[in-house]
Ligand binder design. Structure first.
Ligand SMILES: Cc1cc2nc3c(=O)[nH]c(=O)nc-3n(C[C@H](O)[C@H](O)[C@H](O)COP(=O)(O)O)c2cc1C
Length: 179
């Protein structure tokens, strides 16, 4: 099963990217977020801008996607929303339609990006993705990872394992995507 990890943070030392690396499953970390141009419906034609085409191909080729989102001003980072907007078109046949996805998040605040996670689930569901239940809210993220980037909290590790399990179960209901 091919699982794609998408971090909503562009930061090199991102806690959200670190969170994805702690997922107990082999996943391909997508690193193209910064290259995605601003969504413009006039540019949303075939062929798509190259960075968008690569992103859509990565999503189309994945059986499931695990998103980790930071919280920026109680919502998701603009660049992540922008990427999802590109992924959501054309609406009827978008690469997100029926795609099993799960959302987790980390923030340096107390609540672990719960608002951003809820917003991202709403946006993904609107785009037609199959959003699995369960969240992992890593609050005070600057205190939760050890020097090697390992999530040093047994409860959070367990929750992350449960979300990944639910994501894999949802993806298993669908035809595997050929490599
Ligand atoms: C523009 C901006 C807005 C932020 N707003 C919030 C917020 O609303 N809630 C929160 O818990 N943290 C907020 N933060 C702090 C982030 O949680 C923190 O920068 C976190 O490390 C970002 O995730 P990353 O480590 O994956 O880059 C904000 C940070 C930035 C740069």
């Amino acid at each position: 099963m091919k699982v794609l990890g998408i971090s909503g943070s562009l930061r090199g030392d991102s806690y959200n990217t670190a969170l994805l690396r702690n997922a107990p499953i082999e996943l391909e970390l997508w690193d193209g977020l910064k290259a995605i141009p601003p969504y413009d419906e006039d540019d949303d034609v075939e062929p798509a801008p190259p960075a968008v085409a690569r992103m859509r191909a990565a999503v189309a080729g994945a059986d499931a996607i695990l998103f980790a989102t930071p919280e920026y001003n109680a919502s998701i980072p603009g660049q992540l929303k922008n990427a999802v907007d590109w992924l959501s078109r054309p609406f009827a046949t978008s690469v997100l339609r029926n795609k099993p996805v799960a959302v987790v998040g980390a923030s340096t605040g107390a609540f672990g990006a719960v608002w951003a996670q809820a917003e991202l689930r709403k946006v993904l569901a609107t785009a037609g993705a199959r959003v699995v239940e369960g969240d992992v809210a890593v609050g005070h993220a600057h205190e939760r990872f050890d020097a090697d980037g390992v999530l040093a909290d047994d409860n959070l590790r367990e929750q992350l394992g449960e979300v990944v399990e639910a994501l894999v179960a949802e993806a298993a209901l669908r035809e595997p995507i050929a490599a």
